[in-house]
Ligand binder design. Structure first.
Ligand code: NAG
Ligand code: NAG
Ligand code: NAG
Ligand code: NAG
Ligand code: NAG
Ligand code: NAG
Length: 467
């Protein structure tokens, strides 16, 4: 296989140089997502995980080919169950047993499965039936695993920070009031406590900082806080030198308010994007490397550091993500969290054993986009976009009505030039400006890109967003 050969020669050599003396296996995990194209073969990726000394790998599903490839390897594994299985599993032990048979027993113990994560950010979903089925599904999966006398697999569920309605100051942490505490949150916390599992969080200081870069300190977000930039929680008196600790502790305080303050935390996903859209500040290689290096160093410390509210406690941590994934929709950062590009070339060096500190790495170019973008942006057709793919996109955007494509009708200001490319650029800008506040991205399957150059011509004025 030609592709496999190309992958093998160059990047493996590169990684060996950096990681050959890292003998102890790390405790840090990475998320191996597969929502992209041009990835290396699975067996090669598994070899990369070993060379990089990943302690754990988290799969977003239970991909059989990957599980098979991880057999007899030193990397421990976390597998996931999709939300659309929850109701079925919660109501049917036979189905739960079958899932465990096909996705766990078929590979365990040769593949060192250690976590089964049930659902994906279930309490962030609008479908509230999922909420009520979450703990019952977790019970059935664990029951099935235990019935085979397996005791080194924990069952958890990854939740997003939007389960809290207040996170700041950390001591004000409270779970959202629309999620029934007695029927959903308390049973979950009790299950995790009784089964000695973890409260898994997907926690991204990047999004907290980038939503409010003027008031949130970038130094705190990147673990570069010192005494001067630290934050003292006025209620608890605890001193914070980084944003991640603040976010984690807000969950501990929320649990404490429900009388359940023993649950152990784990981080099912965290990371920092190395690139993004023009209007997404702070997404650059320098910050991404700084965040992940400091994170790994901190989370690998022995004895463990813990957080101000729970010092000295080890927090299992997964970095999101191993690869950039180019098929993830949404804004630019979503496709640029990888520590490796899809071709497996490192975006920046990262020692997963945590032995290297920030200062031990060669310097990276300083960032130029840490300040929020100021100016106008338009959303136009990307230079490499394929005309055949543009046609259906243009049609689907214009079929939304809402005046998006009115200027493109014959006789109107943007009818000329009558080309797919010109019309699609207008339609993309028009759509993006209209729906941006509701979360629309300038992406269109990779056919669109933001620009600071006004594409307007003659009497045809393209809509734009002013930042
Ligand atoms: C991966 O599998 C392919 C096909 O089975 C094989 O040719 C190749 O040598 C394997 N590569 C590695 C790194 O094990
Ligand atoms: C429970 O799951 C099993 C296995 O998939 C299936 O054969 C059975 O029909 C299910 N029972 C119900 C009541 O849905
Ligand atoms: C969830 O509900 C909110 C508010 O009603 C809505 O804006 C959002 O689009 C919904 N999300 C999904 C995935 O249905
Ligand atoms: C569970 O909670 C009890 C107190 O409610 C605590 O003593 C115990 O250590 C907790 N166990 C775990 C594994 O968290
Ligand atoms: C930033 O903080 C100032 C002072 O506390 C406050 O007035 C302002 O609304 C905050 N800005 C944002 C975007 O939260
Ligand atoms: C803290 O701030 C003081 C006064 O602004 C300054 O003199 C000192 O060097 C700072 N210390 C650090 C560690 O940055």
């Amino acid at each position: 296989m030609k592709i496999a050969e190309n992958f093998l020669i160059v990047p493996l050599f590169f990684c060996l140089l950096t990681f050959s003396n890292a003998l102890t296996s790390s405790r840090i995990g990475v998320v191996y997502g597969t929502q992209g194209t041009n990835f290396p073969p699975i067996n090669y990726t598994v070899q990369l995980l070993e060379i990089k000394n990943a302690g754990f790998v988290k799969l977003r599903d239970a991909n059989h080919e990957i599980l098979k490839s991880l057999s007899q390897k030193s990397v421990r594994v976390s597998i996931s169950i999709a939300n659309n299985f929850l109701v079925h599993i919660a109501s049917n032990q036979t189905f739960a047993n079958q899932w465990v048979q096909e996705n766990v027993l078929a590979y365990y113990p040769d593949t060192m499965i250690r976590f089964i994560l049930v659902g994906q950010e279930v309490l962030s979903q609008n479908d509230t039936t999922l909420w009520y089925n979450l703990v019952p599904a977790m019970r059935r999966i664990l029951g099935s695993v235990r019935s085979h006398n397996i005791h080194n697999i924990k069952v958890g569920t990854p939740l997003a920070m939007d389960i809290l309605e207040s996170t700041f100051p950390p001591s004000s942490g409270t779970f959202r009031s629309d999620i029934p505490h007695d029927q959903v949150i308390i049973p979950l916390l009790q299950f995790l406590n009784q089964t000695k599992s973890y409260f898994f969080l997907n926690v991204f200081p990047y999004f907290t900082w980038s939503a409010n870069p003027t008031n949130v300190s970038l130094d705190l977000a990147l673990f570069r806080g010192d005494k001067n930039s630290s934050y003292r929680d006025p209620e608890s008196g605890l001193i914070y030198t980084n944003l991640l600790d603040q976010m984690l502790d807000s969950v501990l305080f929320a649990s404490q308010k429900l009388g359940l303050d023993h649950v152990a935390l784990a981080i099912s996903e965290t990371g920092w994007p190395h690139a993004g859209d023009i209007d997404q500040p702070g997404a650059n290689r320098y910050n991404a490397a700084t965040y992940n290096r400091n994170l790994v160093h901190r989370m690998s410390a022995k004895p463990p550091i813990g957080t101000p509210a729970r010092p000295g406690v080890f927090i299992p941590t997964f970095i999101y993500a191993l690869f950039d994934e180019d098929q993830i929709p949404g804004r630019g950062t979503a496709r640029h969290f990888g520590i490796l590009r899809a071709n497996s070339w490192p975006v920046y060096d990262l020692d997963l054993t945590g032995k290297l500190g920030e200062g031990d790495y060669p310097p990276l170019p300083l960032p130029s986009n840490n300040e929020p973008f100021k100016g106008n942006l338009w959303c136009v057709v990307a230079s490499e976009a394929n005309i055949m793919e543009l046609v259906p996109q243009l049609e689907s955007v214009c079929s939304l009505g809402n005046g998006i494509c009115d200027a493109l009708s014959p006789g109107n200001d943007c009818y000329e030039p009558v080309t797919i490319r010109a019309h699609a650029s207008y339609a993309f800008s028009s759509y993006w400006v209209k729906f941006r506040s509701r979360g629309a991205a300038c992406h269109f399957n990779g056919l669109a890109v933001l620009t600071t150059t006004d594409p307007s011509h003659g009497s045809c004025k393209f809509p734009s967003v002013y930042f």
